[in-house]
Design a protein around this ligand. Structure first.
Ligand SMILES: [Zn+2]
Length: 167
């Protein structure tokens, strides 16, 4: 793999800078110019016929390692991926075909998938904890006679022994 050449971003370079990736050629800088009135990449991509195809609907923003995928099957590069970076910015990656997309995911997709799964589980855990609190009036780890009678019994036994031993 060749190291991608850094791109100098100047004031007048009103363009979306990114990379084309392919398993054969690796990373190559790619620039897509904005029209003067376009100030978001959404405008630019829409003008080129791209539509947002995939993102994480439960997340208000992309976590680092996740991809937002835009697609236009008619375009030279049908896949446009926004990779979320740790500093809240993103990097644009263009892919020329579905095999390239699959190769890319196989090679670079895992951190994003893990982040995504982790995020989903965190989200579910939060919801379950809230529901539990609302339904039962206590947290998920509390000793409760109703929802965890065995743990509650063990706790009572423990407390009895503690009292007897006078500690
Ligand atoms: Zn309970």
């Amino acid at each position: 793999m060749t190291t991608p050449t850094p791109i100098a971003i100047t004031e007048e370079s009103h363009a979306l800078h990114g990379y084309i990736w392919s398993p054969q050629t690796g990373w190559q800088p790619h620039v897509m110019p904005y029209l003067p009135h376009e100030d978001s990449c959404d405008d630019l991509l829409a003008r080129h016929g791209y539509a947002k195809a995939l993102w994480n609907p439960s997340a208000s923003m992309l976590s680092p390692g996740l991809f937002e995928v835009w697609m236009n099957r008619e375009a030279t590069f049908p896949y446009c991926l926004f990779l979320a970076l740790p500093d809240d910015s993103s990097e644009v990656i263009w892919l020329a075909s579905t095999p390239d997309y699959l190769d890319f995911l196989a090679k670079y997709g895992n951190p994003g998938l893990l982040t995504s799964v982790h995020g989903e589980l965190e989200w579910l855990r939060e919801i379950i904890e809230k529901l539990f609190q609302a339904w039962h009036g206590h947290g998920t780890t509390a000793y409760c006679r109703e929802c965890d009678p065995r743990a509650w019994e063990r706790r009572q036994e423990h407390l009895r022994q503690k009292r007897q031993s006078g500690k």
